[in-house]
Design a protein around this ligand. Structure first.
Ligand SMILES: *Cc1c(COP(=O)(O)O)cnc(C)c1O
Length: 386
């Protein structure tokens, strides 16, 4: 929720920029710590936002790092995450990335194909070391989310499919430089219906038992991330109901003795504490449509253009006025998809007004780019401003 203090602070800044509320991040972390049983291992998915300032409180909370590139592993290492708390996933790890992660002696590679198992075994052998691996399983569970962010269906590129399991176990027996640590699952992102996680638990139970019966006991079960947030109500639901989320796993997951449970949360930790702050450059009155043209565009926040994602848009220069006019809120980039929202109800909006695009802490700044030779986007952090 923005107030006069934010307005004064933002008015002195060059726009556009990302604004992060560190107090909300801290409160979100505390809510996770309160809701999760002590035995659970929580990792943060760096791909949602890898800014060192944001990683600090996450590291301090004792969370591990879930990385999907060699450079994310490097960022985690540089920011102080211990190697035994770093995991590395992704369908296309390059030799260079694998070698770097082996040198850092990370906890685990989440391996997505039989071919990758062979390559990691070979690269580990070249270094005279062993790689800890978990098998990323494609559980064929529908996450009921946007098709670009669902990952756990057979037709997706991610993970090892059940029809390959027998062959994988045969292969594992032949690869001496791999240390089998367990099973990994991640079914998609922005999942708001907890039924999807319940369905995941049911599949994990079956698969976990199957591997154990074959003599491959999984010391670690990693159920991934994907918990969604409320993009429509960023203030009334700033923090996700973590209790309800963890309860699903407590109720439906059947862990065997000694099995450790891991999570990899990204969006639900970092999304709500970030907003993209921008200024209105021009108002263009059309016959049926009014446009508010901002100095931020899809180069700063690509989610609306990429996944038709909804972000709440507020005019924070007119906090006390009622929204009574509709605008298509667009950016300056030479692409028709460069639009943050259509027919957005705002108060009468003028050149120079500050516009906040909310819930942009996850998959915002990390996806920003320099198309049209735009300047790199800056960020601003505050603690309490109430
Ligand atoms: C993206 C990703 C996550 C985090 O997803 P969120 O939806 O941001 O929670 C976790 N694990 C893996 C393997 C991922 O690719």
């Amino acid at each position: 929720m923005f107030n006069q203090k934010h307005l004064e602070l933002f008015n002195n800044q060059q726009t556009p920029f990302y604004y992060y509320n560190l107090e909300l991040l801290q409160n979100t972390i505390l809510a996770i710590q309160k809701a999760a049983p002590k035995s659970y291992h929580i990792h943060y998915a760096l791909k949602a936002n890898a800014h060192p300032t944001l990683l600090k409180p996450i590291l301090a909370a004792g969370f591990g790092a879930d990385c999907v590139s060699g450079n994310e592993v490097k960022r985690a290492v540089e920011c102080g995450f211990k190697s035994e708390n770093i995991v590395f996933a992704g369908v296309g790890k390059s030799d260079r990335e694998i070698n770097y992660a082996l040198e850092q002696n990370i906890f685990c590679f989440n391996v997505e194909s039989m071919h990758e198992l062979k390559i990691i075994n070979e690269l580990a052998g070249n270094k005279g070391t062993k790689a800890g691996i978990a098998l990323r399983i494609n559980p064929n569970v529908d996450a009921y989310t946007h098709k670009y962010i669902t990952t756990g269906l057979e037709e997706n590129k991610f993970g090892i499919n059940p029809y390959e399991f027998d062959a994988v176990l045969e292969l594992l027996k032949e690869l001496p430089n791999l240390n089998f640590l367990g099973l990994h699952f991640h079914i998609g992102s922005q999942i708001q219906d907890l039924t999807a996680f319940k369905n995941l638990c049911v599949r994990v139970n079956e698969i976990n038992k199957w591997f154990a019966q074959k003599g491959f006991l999984s010391k670690n079960i990693n159920v991934g991330g994907g918990l969604g947030i409320n993009y429509r109500e960023p203030d009334t639901q700033a923090i996700v109901d973590f209790e309800a989320y963890f309860k699903v796993f407590q109720s439906f997951l059947e862990l065997m003795p000694e099995q450790q449970l891991h999570f990899e949360l990204g969006r639900c930790i970092i999304a709500q504490c970030g907003s993209l702050i921008s200024r209105v450059l021009y108002i263009k009155e059309g016959i049926n449509t009014n446009f508010a043209i901002l100095d931020a565009g899809m180069t700063e926040l690509i989610r609306p253009a990429l996944y038709q994602a909804y972000h709440k848009i507020e005019n924070i220069s007119q906090l006390n006025s009622v929204a009574n006019k509709k605008y298509d809120v667009v950016g300056p980039i030479c692409e028709s998809s460069d639009c943050f929202g259509k027919a957005v109800e705002l108060p009468l909006t003028q050149r120079g007004d500050l516009i906040a695009i909310r819930s942009a802490g996850a998959y915002g700044e990390v996806m920003s780019n320099r198309y049209n030779l735009r300047d790199a986007v800056e960020s601003l952090f505050t603690g309490s401003l109430s």
